[in-house]
Design a protein around this ligand. Structure first.
Ligand SMILES: [Mg+2]
Length: 230
């Protein structure tokens, strides 16, 4: 596994980093379910008829997508609720073990890191500020406000990151814990490392086409350390 990590790192010079997962478990299941409820409440208050799947989902971003396509008049209010919930969650979130070390090692090795997240940039910034990590990140690209169709796996955020880095796609590696992170990597032509907290997720990420998979951000930090300056 380490060999694959080292191979991907040897071929790349910059990092596109997903947030919820590899940096912090921002929205554990119970908190995500409560935020989904809060966003649904906005739709219900506006008298919007919810689909069965939106009624049942514990993912507030699924509610946000539904609002954008079925009740655009409510989108701004749903988005505001989503952002606020994520910022509140960011203030409570605990670090993913090894994540701070990973950011520090990338900084030392002069591998620029851009956060590419479907969460709001405000939430990412609140978290990084609180944990004194903001200076280790070149830029934060969060969910395009009021435009959830541009969330990953849409390649918009990755393309923006590549433009900021002024890098070719194949020189960059995306690190994420969702199948969508691997899918967007393939669409945009960047390499990918899956971060898997469970063996099942590891298999999913591998099947989606991840170039390498790690179960541990500390191991990834160590691999960057061994790769040295790119
Ligand atoms: Mg994630």
């Amino acid at each position: 596994m380490t060999d694959q990590l080292l191979a991907v790192l040897a071929q790349t010079t910059a990092v596109l980093l997903d947030f919820d997962g590899p940096v912090t478990p921002l929205l554990p299941a119970d908190r995500n379910a409560r935020l989904a409820d809060a966003t649904r409440t906005v739709l219900e208050a506006a008298g919007v008829q919810l689909s069965e799947s939106v009624n049942a989902t514990s993912d507030h971003l699924a509610v946000l997508r539904f609002a954008a396509s079925n009740a655009p008049a409510t989108l701004e209010a749903v988005e505001r609720t989503a952002v606020q919930g994520e910022v509140d969650a960011a203030r409570l979130a605990v670090p993913t073990p090894g994540a701070a070390d990973f950011l520090a090692v990338c900084h030392e090795a002069r591998r620029p890191v851009i956060v590419v997240s479907n969460n709001s940039a405000d939430a990412v910034e609140a978290y990084l500020d609180k944990h004194d990590l903001r200076h280790l990140v070149r830029q934060i690209l969060g969910r395009p406000y009021g435009n959830p169709s541009l969330m990953k796996p849409h390649p918009e955020l990755v393309r923006r990151a590549l433009a900021i880095l002024d890098e070719q796609p194949q020189s960059c590696v995306m690190i994420g814990d969702s199948v969508t992170d691997i899918v967007v990597s393939q669409t945009a032509g960047v390499r990918s490392i899956g971060y898997a907290k469970t063996p099942e997720r590891g298999i999913e990420l591998q099947r989606a086409g991840a170039d390498a998979v790690t179960t541990d951000m500390t191991a990834l930090a160590e691999a960057v350390r061994r790769s040295g300056t790119s």
